[in-house]
Design a protein around this ligand. Structure first.
Ligand code: AMP
Length: 208
């Protein structure tokens, strides 16, 4: 967990390689559905474009569909879920959580990271125009696809999402802190990503 732009997706890429289990981002699942013009995608788009949260039931449905796949049998990371008290309740009840990693960074750092973020829509790899440059400008290192900027990565939407994060998601983090399964991890500049991954490793020692 952590505000948008804190680095969750970038850390998830590394953790997938390290632990060999998938990282599931509800935001990526929605974007995939929008691209494929599915019913869920059509419903989610209006909320996402405004920086609003997609209704809980739709979000839970998309997550459950994904984690029923065989690659999730040995476990998985969740990125961007749960974001509301109701989602946390459903997750605790129906699925279960071993550990909650809470990434933190100051607001101005976050706005800087989000406004320069670029993404490959084929493999979802995340870049940054200053901090995580692709080898060829504007193209994904892995598949050469043209990188794009998310429609909701504009200042107005970023501020709305940060506001929602404080209102809806911080209480969820408090809930996991009370259960003593939340670990806070500082999110330094990208050059120090190895320190972040080491801290995650320590936090997960009693889970494996
Ligand atoms: P993200 O990629 O995590 O920043 O998510 C992008 C957008 O997808 C959010 O601003 C929401 O509109 C929607 N979304 C992703 N995850 C959730 C969730 N758990 N609950 C509600 N909406 C979500």
């Amino acid at each position: 967990m952590g505000p948008q732009g804190v680095g969750k997706g970038t850390y998830a890429e590394r953790l997938v390689q390290k632990y060999g289990i998938p990282a599931i981002s509800t935001g990526d699942l929605f974007r995939e559905n929008i691209r494929n013009n599915t019913e869920i995608g059509k419903k989610a788009k209006a909320y996402m474009d405004k920086g609003e949260l997609v209704p809980d039931e739709i979000t839970l449905e998309i997550l459950k569909q994904r984690i029923s796949k065989s690659d999730c049998r040995k476990g998985f990371f969740l990125d961007g879920f749960p974001r509301t008290a109701w989602q946390a309740e459903m997750l605790d009840k129906d699925i279960g959580v071993d550990k909650v990693l809470v990434f933190t960074a100051a607001d101005d750092v976050i706005v800087d990271r989000i406004s320069g973020r670029r993404i490959c829509h084929v493999c979802n790899k995340i870049y940054h125009i200053k901090y995580i440059k692709p080898k060829v400008k504007g193209k994904c290192d892995i598949d050469g696809t043209e990188l794009y900027q998310r429609k909701d990565d504009n200042e107005e939407s970023i501020r709305r999402r940060l506001e929602l994060y404080r209102k809806e998601t911080l209480p969820v983090i408090k809930h996991y802190k009370k259960k003593k399964i939340a670990v806070e991890i500082d999110s330094p500049p990208i050059e120090r990503i190895n320190a972040v991954i080491d801290n995650v490793d320590k936090a997960l020692q009693d889970v494996r």
